[in-house]
Design a protein. Structure first.
Length: 141
C-alpha cells in the first residue's frame, strides 16, 4: 500500500492557505488507502430544537470527510467540487461527538464517488449515511 499523497498535517497546511475558514472544526483521526476518519467534537452550536444535532451539520461533515479523503489520495486539488450529496438520516444523533468514515468507491479521471458513514460518539451508533460525488479538475498532477 502506498503512502497518502497528503497527510493530516499536509491537509491542515493546505487548508490554511486555500480554505482557512474550514480549519479547526474537525480533526482527521486516521487516513487509510481508500478511507478517512474525521472527528467532529460536540458543540452546542450544532444543536437544533429538540436537542439533536442538525442535518446541515451532518451534511457538512460528510462533504468535508470526502473532500479530505480526496486530498489524501490526489494531493492539493483545491478545485475538486461536490456535484452530488445524498444523505440518509438513520437515527436521531444525540448531543455528542461524531465520527465520519469516508470510503472511496471509485476514483476516475473526472469524477470521484464515495460513501460516508457517520456514527455517534456515544456507542458508535450509525446515525447517517451519505453518497458523495466530486468533479475533479482536468489535468491534475
Amino acid at each position: 500500500m502506498t503512502a497518502p499523497a497528503m497527510t493530516a498535517d499536509d491537509i491542515d497546511r493546505f487548508l490554511a492557505v486555500e480554505f482557512p475558514q474550514a480549519r479547526g472544526w474537525t480533526r482527521i483521526a486516521a487516513i487509510r488507502h481508500d478511507e478517512l476518519d474525521l472527528e467532529l467534537p460536540f458543540s452546542a452550536d450544532n444543536l437544533r430544537p429538540g436537542g439533536t444535532l442538525s442535518g446541515p451539520t451532518l451534511m457538512t461533515l460528510a462533504d468535508t470527510a470526502m473532500f479530505y479523503l480526496l486530498l489524501s489520495r490526489l494531493g492539493p486539488v483545491a478545485l475538486a467540487v461536490t456535484t452530488s450529496l445524498a444523505i440518509n438520516f438513520l437515527r436521531r444523533p444525540p448531543p455528542a461527538a461524531l465520527l465520519a468514515t469516508a470510503r472511496l468507491l471509485k476514483l476516475g479521471t473526472r469524477l470521484a464517488v464515495g460513501e460516508v458513514h457517520i456514527r455517534s460518539g456515544e456507542g458508535g451508533v450509525l446515525v447517517a449515511q451519505a453518497s458523495v460525488t466530486y468533479a475533479l479538475p482536468p489535468a491534475r498532477a
